[in-house]
Write a protein that binds this ligand. Structure first.
Ligand SMILES: Nc1ncnc2c1ncn2[C@@H]1O[C@H](COP(=O)(O)OP(=O)(O)OP(=O)(O)O)[C@@H](O)[C@H]1O
Ligand SMILES: [Mg+2]
Length: 505
């Protein structure tokens, strides 16, 4: 058994592919004994798959999972000191609470030592006695706060009580690690909140390691010692709830965890950033002129009288949230979300200020779409990201033109056949359009990510072949919508990758 503060579980470069598509991408994580670690991320990001690999229900395509230092692949299922609680708790409806929990215990064989007639010590397997099972079950029911429920028919229990039985069934085996896959997903909000606190209590009482899966950021923030934020099979950030909330490592994490304002800014001086039409002092040092993502939490924006703050704003919307108001204000074309306990009327002219240390600055993940393995086809179109696009090939050589046969003629009179020429194609995010008319664009894909950046969305459209188009749009789309991608001829920039001389004719 691992000791306190020892690593109980290690995932090392774990990858998982299904039918050639990567769903868990180079996952690295150490979990300490007794920790409450949560996998947080949107639907389909690979949470369950990772949990199933830890449980040994699925084998990694590559990489290793070590439990107490041993490769899990070497451990037969019944020797794995872990149990899983699933979202659909799958109790046996024809059995009562006692028998549901006892089910696994009755099947279990435990080793015991005995002395044979020659006086030699030997080991044999035996079943648990009825008394042992009774004691274990009443202890487990006590932990899940269902004392005295042994004889109840599970069909007569509420959803929350049923889920507690499922948890009791998992902890009765005294696992070292409890894996919980969205165990509260089927409960209503109020019951969910209650069970969150109870699970946290159980974690304390049991002192074992919990690995918890959820797509609910609030749940992750309230319950966890550490959170692993996952998107699209890739770990975006690992940290305590405070770390992740206060210092999100990129715009995706910031957007996914809590409400936030995200803007595109520019570094205009040392520790000075320009966004929302003003120059702000900040505490993050980035290179001069670099475009950056700026994140400000709604509760960190201070509402002031019209001339006292840094930028003028106007309140356009307000929602009462119980303990505070949430305002939407406009600064020029940019929306700003503000939380305040002080009421203001909609329509009020105000100004805003933000403390320098509450302005979080991050590298922009995407700026331009770059397609490195593009090439020109025989019709002088460019092929990249699985589609063929009309393009102006004359941009490759200044002052060139095309003759009637489609050969490129330079101003010096040299002639080139560009077919199969390797090029690098780039398209600015703002130059990509999408349409829900799937015939309209050159290729279709699914919207896999959507982040609101002040006055527009940043979207990622992924094609079936896993090519990405990152774009900016002011229109609202839905995640997982299928759309077609449209790029105007003049917006595709080409650079030579091969030596043009090889294409002279
Ligand atoms: N057995 C399988 N065969 C093929 N693809 C699979 C299989 N299991 C999962 N996937 C795919 O792997 C991806 C990750 O799935 P996974 O169930 O791990 O996501 P998740 O993060 O748990 O999502 P959710 O929040 O919806 O439960 C999905 O695209 C899913 O369709
Ligand atoms: Mg899942």
């Amino acid at each position: 058994m691992a000791k306190e503060n020892e690593t109980i579980l290690q995932l090392i470069n774990v990858n998982k592919e299904f039918d050639g598509s990567v769903v868990v991408d180079n996952f690295n994580l150490d979990v300490k004994k007794g920790e409450f670690v949560t996998f947080l991320g949107p639907s389909g990001c690979g949470k369950t798959t990772t949990l199933r690999m830890i449980a040994g229900l699925e084998m990694p395509t590559s990489g290793q999972i070590l439990l107490n230092g041993k490769d899990i692949a070497q451990l037969p299922p019944h020797k794995r000191p872990l149990n899983t609680v699933f979202q659909r708790y799958a109790l046996f409806p024809h059995l009562d609470v006692y028998d549901n929990i006892a089910f696994g215990l009755k099947l279990k064989r435990i080793p015991y030592e005995y002395t044979d007639k020659n006086g030699n010590k030997k080991e044999k397997l035996r079943k648990y006695t009825r008394e042992e099972i009774d004691a274990k079950i009443s202890k487990a029911l006590k932990i899940v706060d269902l004392e005295g429920f042994e004889m109840r028919d599970v069909a007569t229990l509420s959803g929350g009580q049923q889920q507690r039985v499922a948890i009791a069934r998992a902890i009765v085996n005294e696992p070292e690690i409890l894996l919980l896959d969205e165990p509260l997903g089927a409960l209503d909000l109020k019951m969910r909140k209650e069970m969150q606190l109870e699970l946290k209590e159980m974690h304390k009482k049991l002192g074992i390691t919990f690995i918890y899966v959820t797509h609910d950021q609030e749940e992750a923030l309230t319950m966890s010692d550490r959170i692993v934020v996952i998107e699209d099979g890739i770990i975006q950030q690992i940290g305590t709830p405070m770390d992740i909330y206060n210092e999100p490592s990129n715009a995706f994490v910031a957007d996914f965890i809590g409400e936030s304002n995200i803007y595109v800014g520019t570094m205009i001086d040392k520790l000075k950033v320009h966004f929302l039409g003003a120059n702000w002092d900040c505490i993050d040092d980035f290179p001069l002129n670099e475009k950056v993502d700026v994140v400000v939490r709604p509760e960190d924006i201070i509402i002031k009288k019209p001339n006292e703050g840094k930028v003028k704003a106007k309140i356009v919307n307000k929602i009462f949230k119980g303990i505070h108001f949430q305002f939407t204000a406009m600064v020029g074309n940019n929306e700003v979300l503000i939380q305040s306990t002080v009421d203001h009327p909609v329509g009020e002219e105000i100004s805003l200020s933000i403390d320098p240390d509450l302005i979080q600055i991050m590298h922009r993940e995407y700026t331009t779409n770059i397609y490195n393995d593009a090439y020109i086809d025989k019709n002088n179109n460019v092929v990249f990201a699985g589609a063929t696009w009309e393009v102006d090939v004359c941009q490759l050589v200044e002052g060139s033109s095309l003759d009637e046969k489609g050969y490129l003629i330079t101003k010096e009179g040299k002639k080139y056949d560009l077919s199969d020429l390797d090029v690098i194609a780039t398209v600015e995010m703002k130059d990509i359009d999408i349409s829900d008319n799937l015939e309209e664009g050159n290729i279709t894909g699914k919207i896999i990510q959507m982040v609101w950046i002040g006055d527009h969305y940043q979207l990622v459209v992924r094609t079936e072949d896993e090519e990405d188009f990152v774009l900016e749009t002011e229109y609202t789309w839905n995640e997982l919508d299928t759309v077609s991608v449209i790029i105007k001829k003049e917006n595709i920039k080409l650079k030579l990758k091969a030596d043009l001389a090889d294409y002279e004719i």
